[in-house]
Structures are given as structure tokens and as C-alpha cells.
Design a protein around this ligand. Structure first.
Ligand SMILES: [Fe+2]
Length: 230
């Protein structure tokens, strides 16, 4: 086993750390992606054009940005390519989180997999380009408490992913009057797990179907001089 570079360095972090502000994705279709992020997470454009958009759903000027750079190519085997796995959004309450699942399910948008991680319950969607989007609720309702659980609990040291769950089972349990705490307890015990274990948290490769629907994508975006041209 190789020695850990992280464990053996002297952790030279800045005295004042910058805050996470936004993530930017290269895309071949800004409108398709903007529509999806608005429908799923309520992100609206602060600025929108066919070559780029800046989206937010809070007080920040943007949280997700989309850029259509000339020459961009279709990803190859994206689910098994090193790099970004998902972006996460958090609801303040269990009922808001579950209501959003029902709203999207009724519009035909369902998560690819769902995990009770212990500190959060999380549903993982896929945007039209195949990027993961986690929508979560904190099981402790308090980041200090859930952080402490992550570093101090035996459960997290033994299993950092937790069991899969079927969201419709949670909807049924809530309708039957069970509380967030009780539903989390049961989900974390695996009571709402699918009959067949979905295995590792892998997304699907959406690109073969995208290219089949629009074969011109296989050629990539045209190379044009100058940045971000339509
Ligand atoms: Fe996450």
C-alpha cells in the first residue's frame, strides 16, 4: 500500500479560507440544462444566452454556470471517468425534501439512486448531460451535530455510504404519520431498501441516447475563433 500524501503533509491551509460559491459545467446545450436546473432545483438565470448562462436559487449572483465552448466533445464513458460526481442541494426540512421528490416524480423526473448516509438522506438525480445532482435533507437538522457524527460515530467509520432506500416507501411512511427521525431510523436500518441491491453509487451513461437522438453531437461543437460564440 502506498503512503498517504494527505496524511504525511503539513496541511498548509490559508489563515482565512474562501467560501464555496459556484460550479461551472461545459455543455453542448445551454437551454436544455437551464430548463432542467430550473425544474429540479429552482435555479433561474441571472443571465441567459445560447452560449452561456449563470443560474441561482438564492442570494448569490450565481450558483451554477453553463458554458458552451466551441469544439466541446461528447464525453466518453462519463460514469466511469474520474472527476466530478455530483453537486448537492439541501432542503431545510424533511417534508420540503419529500414534497420535492413527489413533485418531480409526478413530472416524470425520478432519482437514479437514493441513500441514507446517516448525516443526510439523499436522492441522486442526473441532469441531461449526465452530471449528478444530490438533493438532501440533514438528519440532525444541525451541521455541527451531523459533522460530529461523521467524525465520531462507529457507524460512519464502518460504512460511509449507508443503505439505499425506495423514496415511495418514505412517502407512504410519512403519510402514515411517521416522523422524520423514525423514517431515518428505519431507512438507516435498511427497512426501505430495494429487493435488489443497486450496488455502488453509479450514474447511467446518458450520452449514447443523446447522440442517437441528435447524431450531429458526435462531431462536437464547431471550432470557431473567439470565445463563447453562438
Ligand atoms: Fe454528496
Amino acid at each position: 500500500m502506498t503512503e498517504s500524501i494527505y496524511a504525511n503533509n503539513n496541511h498548509p491551509s490559508p489563515r482565512v479560507a474562501p467560501k464555496l460559491h459556484h460550479a461551472t459545467f461545459m455543455t453542448m446545450d445551454v437551454a436544455l440544462m437551464s430548463n432542467w436546473y430550473e425544474q429540479v432545483c429552482g435555479l433561474r438565470p441571472v443571465y441567459f444566452s445560447t452560449h452561456a448562462a449563470w443560474l441561482t436559487n438564492d442570494e448569490a449572483n450565481h450558483r451554477i454556470a453553463l458554458i458552451r465552448i466551441p469544439g466541446t466533445q461528447v464525453p466518453v464513458n462519463k460514469p466511469r471517468t474520474a472527476g466530478h460526481h455530483h453537486t448537492a442541494f439541501e432542503y431545510a426540512t424533511f417534508d420540503q425534501w419529500l414534497d420535492n421528490y413527489v413533485r418531480l416524480r409526478d413530472q416524470g423526473i425520478v432519482p437514479v439512486f437514493n441513500l441514507d448516509h446517516g448525516m443526510t438522506m439523499s436522492m441522486y438525480y442526473q441532469d441531461p448531460d449526465g452530471n449528478g445532482v444530490e438533493i438532501q435533507v440533514d438528519n440532525f437538522g444541525d451541521w455541527d451535530a451531523s459533522s460530529e457524527w461523521m467524525w465520531a460515530s462507529r457507524e460512519f467509520s464502518e460504512d460511509q455510504l449507508g443503505p439505499h432506500f425506495m423514496p415511495d416507501k418514505l412517502v407512504e411512511a410519512r403519510a402514515a404519520g411517521l416522523t422524520h427521525a423514525e423514517i431515518h431510523r428505519r431507512a438507516y436500518a435498511g427497512e426501505y431498501a430495494p429487493a435488489v441491491d443497486p450496488g455502488p453509487p453509479m450514474f447511467a451513461d446518458v450520452w449514447p441516447a443523446r447522440v442517437k437522438a441528435d447524431p450531429s453531437l458526435a462531431e462536437g461543437l464547431p471550432m470557431v475563433d473567439g470565445p463563447l460564440v453562438d
